[in-house]
Design a protein around this ligand. Structure first.
Ligand code: GDP
Length: 427
């Protein structure tokens, strides 16, 4: 069966933890979009890890980890990550890389930096991993699929053609050093050396795996609100973060995705710029940030402090709806145990009107949160394994959120570890 694990919000909901946990019973874990621009934090018996491009199944030797065609593959970063986890005692993971995946070129990263410099104060808050220039080139059909590395003559010709365009921008817009096709060719030959042992016709591999009844997890990066189309455009990422894209970014039929597990955090956090209706500031935000996640809410890739807010039912209902949620995994609930009262954003007020529909960006920027305050439970809920054993106010919080978002919360995560989970219904 194919299951997707995706985010409802701005990312950092705890998808890595949920994927690592579900991977205990999976055969295959696939990354289908995004690149090294966000991180998944995983805590297990090997230690604490921040993965950027590696699928979250790499800690199990029974899991085959796949980089799907939809990913932005930064080859040196990818291999450094493998080395880093192995240096910390993790056995060499089983890896396959789609022969159709495209390569993040060194100049994609440069262009990201140069553009952020040029925009200065008006920048999008890019992680400067080359993701926007990468996807722009992919859809402009001047990207490089890994299989192109094997036809040296054609590759050289294409490099000359593509770099000619890049150099015009470098010279006249950014006033930066120009790119040399020969040097770039040498770099790509090094990349070829690294990826060749792992290349695979992934859609064909998965076709067979599905026929053989394998347990397959599609692992999403970021969340609905960062989706290029359905997110808070233009403060979004440049790939599709929805489960639907899992079919394309892995190469499987859409109807094979039988479960969509949408990960939703018990409060909100966001990185980068953009409207964030339930955002909180000052001491209140600092305290939640410090206590949040596992060791504070700071970006796994950038180390940037995350923006903090209360749970947003409007954004989360929308986020779950667009994902096509069958199950919500409600995470990081243990963190809220210090609060006497817990505010929840249940609607938006826009130009004097109250709505529970998530609006387009211009109206979203004008939205003010309508807050309902629920009583806290004032205890540490870590270690609890049965739903009935949660304090009454904690269950009330979960059931209130479930009713407002309109999708079933079937899992409650009350700690960063694999076993910190309460199932309300079997998956
Ligand atoms: P992802 O990108 O969606 O995988 O999320 P991140 O890894 O950026 O952020 C989630 C953070 O919360 C990580 O530090 C996790 O270890 C941590 N985490 C996940 N689930 C829980 C939970 O239920 N409780 C606590 N306290 N931390 C959690």
């Amino acid at each position: 069966m194919v299951k997707a694990v995706v985010g409802a919000n701005w990312g950092d909901e705890g998808k890595g933890k949920i994927t690592d946990m579900l991977a205990q019973k999976a055969d295959i874990v696939i990354r289908f979009q995004g690149g090294a621009n966000a991180g998944h934090t995983i805590v297990n018996h090997y230690g604490k890890f921040a993965l950027h491009t590696l699928p979250s199944g790499v800690f199990y030797d029974h899991v085959t980890n796949i980089i799907g065609n939809g990913v932005a593959l930064n080859i040196p970063v990818f291999f450094k990550e493998i080395r880093d986890i192995m240096d910390r005692g993790v056995p060499a993971p089983k890896i396959l890389i789609s022969d159709r995946v495209q390569i993040v070129m060194p100049y994609h990263i440069l262009f990201d930096q140069y553009e952020e410099e040029r925009l200065a104060g008006k920048a999008y808050g890019s992680t400067k991993s080359g993701i926007a220039p990468f996807y722009s080139d992919k859809y402009a059909k001047i990207g490089f699929q890994v299989n192109e590395l094997f036809d040296e003559k054609a590759l050289k010709e294409k490099l000359v053609r593509v770099l000619e365009v890049k150099n015009v921008t470098l010279e006249h817009l950014y006033h930066k050093p120009l790119l040399d096709p020969d040097a770039m060719f040498d770099t790509l030959m090094e990349y070829r050396e690294m990826v060749s042992p792992y290349l695979c016709d992934v859609s064909s591999y998965l076709y067979q795996a599905i026929r053989d009844g394998k347990e397959i997890l599609l692992e999403g990066q970021l969340g609905t609100l960062k989706d290029t189309d359905h997110g808070i455009y233009p403060m979004v990422t440049s790939s599709c973060t929805l489960a639907a894209f899992g079919a394309i970014g892995a190469g499987i039929p859409p109807y094979e995705i039988k479960k969509v597990i949408t990960v939703c955090k018990a409060y909100s956090s966001a990185v980068g710029a953009g409207a964030f209706v339930s955002e909180i500031f000052g001491d209140e935000a600092d305290e939640l940030r410090r206590r949040g996640g596992d060791g504070g809410e700071y970006g796994a890739t950038t180390g940037r402090p995350r923006r903090m807010g209360w749970f947003d039912c409007v954004a989360s209902h929308y986020g779950c709806r667009l994902q096509g949620t069958t199950d919500v995994a409600f995470t990081v609930l243990d963190v809220l145990g210090y609060l006497d009262e817990i505010p929840v954003c249940t609607a938006y007020e826009i130009d004097g009107e109250v709505t529970t529909d998530f609006p387009t960006t211009g109206r979203l920027e004008k939205a003010k949160p309508v807050i309902t305050v629920l009583p806290g439970w004032k205890t540490d809920i870590r270690g609890i394994r049965k739903y009935e054993d949660l304090p009454e106010n904690c269950r009330r919080y979960i059931e209130f959120v479930e009713e407002k978002i309109g999708f079933p919360i079937t899992m409650v995560s009350n700690g960063p570890g694999r076993d910190d989970i309460i199932y309300r219904r079997a998956l």
